[in-house]
Design a protein around this ligand. Structure first.
Ligand code: SF4
Ligand code: SF4
Length: 486
């Protein structure tokens, strides 16, 4: 059987119409240990993210309600939307490139669904109910006191963890202080907030207690994209059918039998010898299938349900150790690598994605680097043309236009500000004093720009307003000035 040769990179889903509850067997190997370590780092980062601060600001905040975002303590305002859009574009290309090259590594190692299900909820389930067969027996057994106790303990812990995830999730959106207020204040004052916490608790609980692998095999759009993104050079968890097939049960004491046969029954010896020589390394023990959390047989080729969790690698490596064959019958490799035995190489598609990614990242980095601390929006006061001033300047009569200015101080420090106009003879007169921009705030002001009438040569004169802070021009805004033409 050579499932990889003619099969497409990713076969269509084989999920049966009726749900079959899975009882994956426990397996521990080197990949599992590495994944556990990565999961601990991931969980520590996820649960501490919204509660840590940098420069008095939350490390991470995605307040879509107030349109305020903090990433690594840097505050992003709606004015920085172009940065978010470019960052999002780069992220999508990055995901595509990463998947083309490394397949679904993200799913197995860093996807919150896999991390929580396999490293938190599944471990608790195994701790309370036991390994595969014990869990299967318990589910089939009648409702005894033991079963009721085990099931209530398991689902109560599941609920508490879902509650903790829900609170953390909300802290990412509204911030830790607002979350603390909701939890500690009179519940009657926070019916909306508490309902959201309970709603998300219910969603997480349902996902991790019941929906489980269906999220990966049926719901998640990223999983569905695999058939488009993966090709024969993509690295993935794959079964080496060249080495493994034809599979067959291991016959115990084969060598001893053969030794005896050489002397007693030479023709039977030759038949057995030739059949053994034709056998691949897979002994059809089906351990790789029994440990799979999505219930598939990796030996049928790469399938959309495979989340690259590496459990089948650990299971098969363990078997290979026991039968004294080299590890890696199931391993990280590309389909082409398995068929041709050639080392991995970069394809044109990968190079194309890489170039686009580098370009996008460079643009994004440049924009981020040159992002001004003070963001200015300047508008001429609506519905107004120009006024002739009573006072006269050195060059004769003065014409004025009224402007509205908005300043966003994106830093966490108050900034002194002043304004000047870059145009010959122009002066600026504030309506109310505006000398400082408070930290992390939007400040509004109004001012007139005055031009000597003799300097106006067009109906709409283009000029630039400079925002100065600590003697440095921090922003330049172009605007127009309306006036009579001489
Ligand atoms: S664990 Fe390895 S040897 Fe056993 S059935 Fe799977 S591929 Fe074959
Ligand atoms: S086939 Fe292997 S890597 Fe894929 S989901 Fe199953 S156990 Fe995990």
């Amino acid at each position: 059987m050579t499932p990889h040769l003619n099969a497409p990179s990713v076969t269509e889903t084989t999920t049966p119409a009726k749900r079959q509850w899975l009882y994956p067997r426990v397996v521990k190997g080197r990949f599992y240990r590495w994944r556990t370590a990565v999961a601990w780092v991931f969980l520590a980062a996820l649960f501490s993210g919204p509660f840590l601060s940098y420069n008095g600001q939350p490390l991470f905040l995605f307040n879509v309600l107030e349109r305020k975002f903090n990433i690594f303590g840097v505050t992003f305002w709606p004015q920085d939307f172009y940065l978010v859009a470019i960052g999002l574009l780069a992220f999508i290309v990055f995901i595509a490139l990463f998947t083309v090259v490394y397949g679904r590594v993200f799913c197995g190692w860093a996807c919150p669904q896999t991390v929580f299900l396999e490293m938190v909820f599944r471990k608790i389930e195994i701790w309370i109910e036991g390994d595969s067969n014990a869990r299967r027996r318990l589910d089939a057994a009648p409702w005894t006191t033991d079963k009721i106790l085990k099931k209530s303990a398991k689902y109560s812990i599941f609920f508490l963890i879902s509650f903790a995830i829900s609170n953390t999730f909300l802290a990412y959106i509204i911030g830790k202080d607002a979350l603390l207020t909701i939890i500690t204040d009179n519940p009657a004052n926070h019916v909306g907030g508490l309902s959201i916490i309970l709603l998300f608790t219910g969603v997480f609980y349902t996902v991790f207690a019941y929906v489980r692998e269906y999220v990966c095999t049926t719901i998640c759009p990223y999983g569905r994209l695999q058939s488009v993104l993966l090709d024969k050079q993509s690295v993935m968890v794959a079964y080496d059918d060249v080495r493994g097939e034809p599979r067959g049960k291991l016959v115990k004491n084969e060598e001893l039998r053969m030794k005896n046969m050489v002397e007693t029954d030479y023709s039977s010896f030759l038949t057995l010898h030739s059949s053994l020589n034709k056998k691949g390394d897979c002994i059809d023990c089906k351990l790789c299938v029994q440990v799979c959390p999505t219930g598939i047989d990796i030996r049928k080729g790469t399938q959309m349900e495979c989340v690259n969790c590496t459990l089948c690698i650990d299971a098969c490596d363990d078997i290979m150790d026991k039968i004294d064959r080299p590890r890696g019958l199931i391993r990280y490799d590309s389909l082409e690598g398995i068929q041709t035995r050639q080392p991995w190489r970069m394809t044109r598609r990968m190079m194309g994605y890489s170039v686009v990614l580098v370009l996008l990242m460079s643009v994004w980095g440049f924009l981020l680097w040159t992002r001004s601390d003070l963001d200015t929006t300047l508008l001429r006061a609506p519905g107004q043309l120009y006024q002739r001033e009573a006072e006269r300047g050195p060059g004769g009569g003065l014409i004025s236009n009224l402007y509205l200015i908005e300043l966003v101080n994106k830093t966490h420090k108050e900034k002194p500000v002043s304004f000047r106009v870059d145009y010959p003879g122009a002066t600026l007169r504030m309506v109310q004093p505006l000398t400082k921009a408070p930290a992390d705030e939007l400040t509004k002001g109004m001012f007139f720009i005055l031009l000597p009438e003799k300097n106006i040569h067009e109906v709409s004169t283009k000029l630039t307003v400079e925002v100065v802070s600590d003697g440095v021009v921090v922003d330049r805004v172009k605007t127009t000035f309306l006036g009579p033409v001489n």
